[in-house]
Design a protein around this ligand. Structure first.
Ligand code: COA
Length: 532
């Protein structure tokens, strides 16, 4: 074993200040998460309960194995938008009868559970996670369908929801729909396209057109139950495979369905026994400085996340501003790339490209720990080929076929975000710490660049430059970019799968790695042309 030492002075002023700053951010994050938990607010929650119905997270709790964890994904979806935080949908990974599944649940207390543009994005992300990791998908349905005022944003792209269900089925990945309430019009295709369907007695309403629409279209008089009730679908249309007497029974039936899948994971099993890290995970709170310009050693993070704090570093003396090396997390082998000094130079880029190729040759998943301000700029670096070398790293990341997980610990700026497997590079999962910031560049740099461009433009036109206006614009731009770089903002836009407490990193990674190993783990055997 190569146990990482620690140099953290956990009683010192720096650690204490970093920890205090992180705890403040976590408290702020809790406030935002509470908004998602509150759903549509007390009025709609009380009305829902008054109808004898369970809330989406209560349905999930009944569905998953007792006392097992549920990794909720993107709870802050729609943050900062015109729609309620959480986007009227709960998604995540949970274990049903010993099988990891992707679970989604509409929140009917939020505008009748109707899908707005953020609900759609969140649902499509859940489908993608199910498909790429070969995880059975269980949808707990109760939704008013399309959020009608925003139909222009969702009607056309929304077709992907039903397409995904049947593609999952075609790929041999089971899909289960449990209908607790309304699932009308387009929504009727959720049970329509699923492999297994459960409907709740006197609650499920599954029809292409409800009574008023039918009356308008054909003049026929019909009630909810005869058009789309659970009993009708179980006895007459055959759309329901299982008739549940109540919500509890529906969750029990869904558990039996998953039990009978006899789902086999196709990835390699984890190594045993698993040793916890030698250093305390609690100390993860005090590593990232409040000011991201101050560097920190990511090995202190690795030492508190990987099994036995055991990390074999690759090329430690070369390209030292990026740490690369091998470890296991909950018994799953991983290759880790972690920014050590913020900036990526040519050496770091080449080292990363080589390391990623090694992981692909060995079929080992990769973990990217971000704290980078991007690739180095300047005459010497341009002449030294920083573009070519950055391109090598980006080529390696883009064409790598082993699963990737990214965790934004601190900065994740510029093309560095791409090279470190940012969202556009399809990591299987991407999480941010509350201390993370991501943007095309830092707020001051961005405001400064805009100011230089404006100054040059004025000079070219022979116009005087208004310094007071410049200072005001700079301050405004800096503020805007700062706000847009924050994790809650980025999470609201579904640019990550959630903002997590640093202390939960090992657990979250363990759940994700286990889920990832439902699918085969195979590296790329071919790459694009590396520009040397
Ligand atoms: N789009 C936008 N808002 C919707 C909505 C939709 N599809 N469905 C419901 N809402 C809103 C309601 O206007 C209401 O808002 P308000 O409280 O501010 O007035 C809120 O959500 C709750 O709806 P309500 O009808 O009071 O709830 P309910 O639980 O009694 O009934 C439904 C829920 C979904 C059965 C019912 O609202 C409904 O039939 N909606 C339309 C369904 C439909 O035809 N959708 C088109 C599918 S493509």
């Amino acid at each position: 074993m190569t146990v990482l030492p620690t140099r953290l002075d956990t009683g010192g002023p720096e650690h204490t200040a970093n920890r205090a700053a992180m705890l403040t951010r976590l408290a702020d994050l809790d406030t935002e998460h509470a908004k998602a938990l509150a759903g549509g607010g007390p009025k709609y929650v009380d009305r829902h309960r008054g109808r004898g119905k369970l809330l989406p997270r209560e349905r999930i709790e009944l569905l998953i194995d007792p006392d097992s964890p549920f990794l909720e994904l993107s709870p802050l979806a729609a943050w900062g938008s015109d729609y309620p935080v959480g986007a009227a949908l709960v998604t995540g990974i949970g274990v049903i009868e010993g099988t990891e599944c992707v679970i989604t649940a509409n929140d009917p207390t939020v505008r009748g559970g109707a899908s707005n543009p953020w609900t759609l994005r969140k649902a499509l992300r859940a489908n993608e996670i199910a498909l790429r990791n070969r995880l059975p998908l269980v949808n707990l349905v109760e939704s008013g369908g399309a959020d009608l005022p925003s139909q222009k944003e969702i009607f056309i792209p929304g077709g992907a929801l039903f397409r995904d269900l049947t593609r999952l089925s075609a790929a041999g990945i089971p899909t289960v729909a449990v209908v607790f309430g309304n699932s009308t019009a387009g929504g009727a295709y959720v049970p329509g396209m699923s492999d297994h369907v459960v409907m709740v007695k006197e609650r499920a309403k599954v029809f292409l057109g409800g009574p008023p629409l039918v009356k308008m279209a054909t003049g026929e008089e019909a009630d909810d139950e005869s058009l789309g009730g659970a009993e009708m679908h179980a006895r007459t249309s055959g759309l329901a495979d299982h008739f549940a007497v109540d919500e509890q029974d529906a969750c029990r039936l869904a558990r039996r369905i998953v039990h009978r899948l006899h789902w086999r994971k196709q990835g390699p099993a984890p190594l045993h026994p698993v040793e916890p890290p030698r250093h305390d995970e609690e100390e993860l709170l005090g590593i990232v400085p409040g000011d991201l310009k101050v560097p920190f050693d990511p090995r202190e993070v690795i030492a508190r996340v990987v099994d036995g704090s055991d990390f074999d570093e690759f090329k430690p003396l070369y390209g030292a501003s990026l740490a690369t090396g091998w470890a296991t997390v909950h018994g799953y082998p991983v290759g880790i790339l972690a920014n050590a000094q913020g900036v990526l130079f040519s050496e770091e880029s080449q080292k990363a490209a080589q390391f990623i190729q090694l992981a692909n040759q060995r079929d080992i998943p990769l973990l990217f720990l971000h704290n980078t301000t991007g690739y180095m700029v300047g005459q010497a670096y341009e002449q030294g080929g920083i573009i070519k070398h950055g391109a090598m790293m980006i080529n390696a990341v883009a064409n790598s076929r082993v699963p990737h997980i990214s965790v934004l610990m601190g900065a994740s700026y510029g093309a560095g975000h791409y090279g470190m497997c940012g969202r556009a590079y399809d990591p299987r999962f991407l999480f941010a710490w509350p201390s993370a910031k991501s943007a095309v560049m830092g707020p001051q740099q961005l405001a400064g660049v805009l100011s230089i461009v404006a100054r040059q433009s004025a000079a070219a036109k022979g116009q005087p430059y208004d310094e007071d206006a410049d200072a005001a614009i700079r301050a405004m731009v800096e503020q805007q970019i700062e706000a847009e770089s924050l994790p809650v903002f980025l999470s609201g836009r579904l640019y990550d799968d959630g903002v997590i407490d640093p202390r939960d990193t090992r657990t979250v990674l363990g759940i994700c790695l286990s889920a990832i190993h439902s699918a085969p783990v195979e590296g790329a055997r071919g790459y694009g042309v590396f520009r040397m």
